[in-house]
Design a protein around this ligand. Sequence first.
Ligand SMILES: O=C(O)[C@H](O)[C@@H](O)[C@H](O)[C@H](O)COP(=O)(O)O
Length: 267
Amino acid sequence: MAKQPNLYAFGDVDHLAKSLRKYLLQCQSTGVERHNAFKVAVSGGSLPTTLAKALLAPSDENGFVDFSKWEIFFADERAVPLDHEDSNYKLLKDELLDKIPADLGKPVVHPIDVKYMDDVQGMADQYQDAIMKSFAAKDSVKIPIFDLLLLGCGPDGHTCSLFPGHELLRESDAWVAPIEDSPKPPAKRITLTLPVVTHGAKIAFVATGDGKRDILRQILDTEEGRSLPCGLVNEGGAERVSWFTDTGAVEGASWEIMSDDPQFEIN
Ligand SMILES: O=C(O)[C@H](O)[C@@H](O)[C@H](O)[C@H](O)COP(=O)(O)O
C-alpha cells in the first residue's frame, strides 16, 4: 500500500504548538546536518501565530531554536508593499520575527522585491533567483529541496496560492509562479509551484478549528478531495507530509489519527 501522510490531532492549539515545536526542532537538526542551515518556506493565514507559539516557548528537553541557522522564504506572498496589512511578510514579522529574543539568533529572511510590484512575473523570477542562489543551485540543479514547507489549508482546499482547478497546478518548469487572478484577494501574488512543494524534505500543514472540518474530511476521505491542491500535496509528498490539526478540525475523518505527543521520525 502507498505510504500515507501523517495526521496528528491535538486537543487544542497549545498542545499542537508543543508538538509542532518538537517537529520543527527535529527538522532544524536535519537541515543543519544536511547543509549547515535550516531552509524553510512559510505561508500566511493563521500559521505565523501558531508558529510563534511553538518557537517562542522557552527551551525544553527537545532542544533550542537556533534562528541563526534559519533561512526563511515565503511559500506564497501577495504583491503588496511589505508594510501592507495583506503582506505575509508583515504578518510573520509582527507575529514572530520582531519577537525573537536576541539569544536565539537572527534568521535570514527573504521578502519579495517590491520594485516588481506592477510586474508579478518579474517578481516571481526574482524570487526564484533568490532561491536558486540560496541553494547554490547551478543550472544543473533541477529543483530546490526545502528542509521544511509550512503550509495552511484554505476552506476550498487551496494551499500556498495554488487554487482548486487553476492552471497553475499544471506548472512543471517554474519554481515560483505569478498569479494575477487569485480567487482569494488580493488577486496578484506569487507562489511556490506544486513540484517545489511536493519535493520538500518535510511538508507540514497546520489546520485547526471547526471551520476546517468539512474541507479536511473532503481532502482526507474523498476521491474528489485528492485532486484539490492540498490533496495533490498529500499525494506527491506522501509520508513526508504531516498534518497538525485539532480535534475540532478532524472529527469524523476516517484516517488513522495519531494522538497527542507523537514520536516523530525525521530522517
Ligand atoms: O497567503 C495566503 O493566502 C496563505 O498563505 C494561504 O494559503 C493560507 O495559508 C490558507 O488560506 C489558510 O489560511 P488560515 O490558516 O488562515 O486558515
